[in-house]
Design a protein around this ligand. Structure first.
Ligand code: GLY
Length: 377
């Protein structure tokens, strides 16, 4: 998908993004933390180990590529150094090590071959690989905590590119083998016959036997959390991109088809595709992730097959623009993101990673590739 050749021209969006993100950086520099959400018109954090902290420097790299403005690169480096504290506390890390380092440290290594960024990214990959439990068909453990050894989650699919990166740059296939074992297990136990997904699957950590699939951040067990569905369609697309395995591409398409078929008329995903009509809980983050993921998926298909995914991505982008705040009333762009269906305090807030995927989608419209992939790989 390329705005220069296609129907959609991203030029207006680029200048709006630049204006808004310069303001967002100014506000971030008034703080000593990495932004997550907003409150009373300014940034708010959630601690240095919080899973979203890589998205801020990752947005900075995207903006740097988009504009060439040095302030974005400087801000990316500032956050990268701050994140060393989270690396030092590595026992607190979980399945989200890819979100925390691949998309900025890994990107910086791809773009500039910086050796410190290489070490950070490889260290993060090694912590992720160490979470692999080979019992049964094998899975990467999700969160920490005493009774959670058997939990795996759909979100983890988005972190597998960290492992592919590590195998590519070290020449050691162990990381990729772990990623593919986890992806195979996810295809088998998370993706349902209709293309919808479980958020959480619980395995017996000793035997790997399937035990349960609770509702997680969605409405209920058997429902379909829309952000989880977006993680699935984008995550399988990325595993297909890195491995060329046909089943991953087919699974990406099946999960994408479900996402598209269940979008409401206004194009804004609700928090769960199977939630009751009221309350009307929305999640712009799911829309932004799916938008960028569908563009990536379309890039792996021939022109005819790609068309419905391109059209759906553009429809999501237009719907997201209606949820965007371009003013200086708040440093965040996308409004109405939701942490989890049953978390009333996390309803219709801003989330830094929603803005990251929105920016990434605009970059793809301009013909830019993922920064942790070829030709930078
Ligand atoms: N990965 C956590 C979430 O999507 O909320």
């Amino acid at each position: 998908m390329n705005g220069q050749n296609g129907a959609e021209r991203p030029d207006g969006l680029v200048s709006k993004l630049d204006q808004k993100m310069r303001f967002a950086v100014r506000k971030a520099r008034e703080t000593s933390f990495i932004p997550y959400t907003t409150e009373n018109g300014t940034w708010k954090e959630n601690g240095i180990g919080w899973w979203t902290n890589g998205f801020w420097p990752a947005s900075m790299w995207q903006m740097y590529r988009m504009t060439g403005a040095a302030l974005y690169r400087e801000e990316a480096l500032r956050a990268e150094e701050m994140l060393d504290e989270a690396l030092r506390n590595f026992k607190n890390l979980d399945h989200d090590a890819g979100f925390l380092w691949l998309i900025h440290s890994g990107v910086r290594y791809c773009l500039e071959r910086n050796p410190d960024s290489f070490d950070r990214t490889l260290f993060a990959a090694t912590t992720l690989a160490a979470r692999f439990n080979p019992a049964g068909s094998g899975f990467i453990r999700a969160w920490n905590g005493g009774d959670r050894a058997g939990l795996a989650i759909i979100d983890c699919m988005m972190n597998l590119p960290l492992l592919y990166w590590a195998s590519h740059f070290t020449g050691d296939p162990r990381y990729r083998n772990i990623a593919m074992r986890h992806a195979d297990t996810t295809m088998r136990y998370f993706v349902r016959p209709d293309g919808s997904c479980n958020h959480i699957v619980i395995f017996d950590p000793e035997t790997g036997e399937y035990l349960d699939n609770p509702g997680g951040q969605g409405y209920a067990s058997g429902s379909c959390w829309s952000r989880g569905q977006a993680w699935a369609l984008y995550g399988f697309t990325l595993s297909s991109l890195h491995t060329g395995k046909r089943e991953y591409l087919d699974t990406a398409r099946r999960t994408a088809d479900f996402f598209i078929a269940n979008l409401p008329d206004d194009g804004v995903p609700r928090c769960d595709f199977r939630q009751p009509a009221l309350p009307d809980i929305r999640d712009s983050a799911a829309g932004a992730i799916a938008c960028s993921g569908l563009m990536e998926l379309a890039g792996q298909l021939d022109e005819k097959e790609a068309l419905p995914y391109q059209e759906a991505a553009l429809r999501l982008l237009r719907a997201l623009e209606k949820e965007a705040d371009w003013t200086e009333n708040t440093p965040a762009i996308l409004q109405k993101c939701t942490t989890a269906y049953h978390d009333a305090g996390g309803r219709h807030i801003t989330m830094d990673y929603a803005d990251y995927f929105f920016i990434e989608a605009v970059q793809k419209l301009r013909g830019e590739k993922l920064l942790f992939w070829k030709p930078f790989y």
